[in-house]
Write a protein that binds this ligand. Structure first.
Ligand code: PLP
Length: 360
């Protein structure tokens, strides 16, 4: 492969010594769960985002489950979710006994909108999960005006801006994943819940430790879901690099445009006033498989995402009426392909990808 889909290794190369030193410190200290590294990372993440509270959890899926619980979502509730997203977005709601109600997305931004959410609201809707898909912020303020609390699934959008606010500060509560391939990736699993609401933050802190505030008395049935000290120590080294990496991703997206990519495929359209984090650079074409084949031949790694949207996944069929039609979702599922993107994808590589597509 001359151009990989992700390049997580190159940006880390210069940080190797620092990361190893921080890992050694944690090992020497001998405190591996809920210690000083997690506390410091939570404070640094909240400050980076401009949010009041950040609480570390074990992964981005638990972050969604726990955020929804803290917001009051319970068994029997309806929660509006996109169908064109990673499975965990809906799975986390179903794991609470809530019913995921699938809504469509905007074909240009690939995100849910106030209109698509409105069409899916029921008298039992208690929350909406707005995913900032591929690193493009969802129109959370408009959706909030519908009067239902919004959980912002910002797993793919850390480092993105909408106007003067960071992705992850747009809803009532937001969730992040630090899975290794995400824009801020740990060396294993990790996640966080972020909010400005002190009560939600308190409940999240209790829920991640078995529903207990003092580790002696148990007020709720909770979870064992902590970010661990080693991951927090590593994330503290990476967080100060994140804005630079996002600039690199935006430069890569610019390089694709400058290399003439729009002549051959439809480009993603960020919403007005957004600075995307470009977790993935996803274009559309009527024949994605033919392009994928040609790219593979040329040594370029690419793939389609979410080919089977969630409302057609076996585990979700009980929640999705058989006649549910989500035309933009179906169209995106059938036509999308993700091209390589990373903080270090330069003009030469972008030109190579565009040349391979042009030849096909
Ligand atoms: C990655 C991801 C998650 C889940 O995160 P994990 O840390 O893998 O549990 C949830 N939602 C979206 C949109 C994601 O991309």
């Amino acid at each position: 492969m001359t151009v990989p889909l992700f390049d997580t290794a190159t940006p880390l190369a210069g940080l190797r010594e620092t990361i190893l030193a921080r890992i050694a410190e944690v090992v020497e200290r001998g405190q591996f769960v809920l210690g000083p590294e997690v506390r410091a990372f939570e404070a640094e993440l909240a400050a980076y985002l401009g949010a009041a509270y950040a609480v570390g959890v074990a992964n981005g899926t638990d972050a969604l489950t726990i955020a929804a619980r803290a917001l009051g979502v319970k068994a029997g509730d309806d929660v509006v979710v996109p169908s064109f997203t990673f499975y965990a977005t809906a799975e986390a709601m179903a794991s609470l006994g809530a019913r995921p109600v699938f809504c469509d997305v905007d074909p240009q931004t690939r995100n849910i909108t106030a209109e698509t959410v409105r069409a899916a609201l029921t008298p039992r809707t208690t929350a909406v999960v707005a995913v900032d898909l591929f690193g493009l912020p969802a129109p959370v303020s408009e959706i909030r005006q519908l009067g239902v609390p919004v959980i912002e699934d910002a797993a793919q959008a850390i480092g993105a801006w909408q106007g003067d606010r960071r992705a992850g500060t747009l809803g009532d509560v937001a969730t992040f994943s630090f899975y290794p391939s995400k824009n801020l990736g740990a060396f294993g699993d990790g996640g966080a819940v972020v909010t400005d609401d002190a009560e939600i933050a308190e409940r999240v802190s209790a829920l991640r430790f078995h529903g207990s505030r003092d580790k002696q008395t148990f007020e709720m049935v909770g979870y064992n879901s902590r970010l661990d000290e080693l991951q927090a120590a590593i994330l503290r080294v990476l967080l100060p690099e994140l804005d630079g990496w996002c600039d690199g991703r935006r430069a890569a997206a610019d390089a694709y445009r400058e290399a003439g990519l729009a002549e051959y495929v439809s480009l993603p359209q960020p919403p007005e006033g957004a600075r995307p984090a470009w977790h993935l650079y996803v274009v559309t074409h009527p024949e994605p498989d033919r392009l994928l084949g040609a790219l593979r031949e040329a040594g370029v790694q690419a793939r389609s995402y979410y080919r089977t949207p969630l409302h057609r996944q076996q585990a979700m069929l009980e929640f999705a009426p058989a006649d549910l039609e989500l035309p933009a979702t179906e169209w995106l599922a059938a036509t999308n392909l993700a091209l390589p993107i990373s903080p270090v994808l330069g003009q030469a590589q972008a030109a190579e990808v565009v040349a391979a597509i042009a030849a096909a």
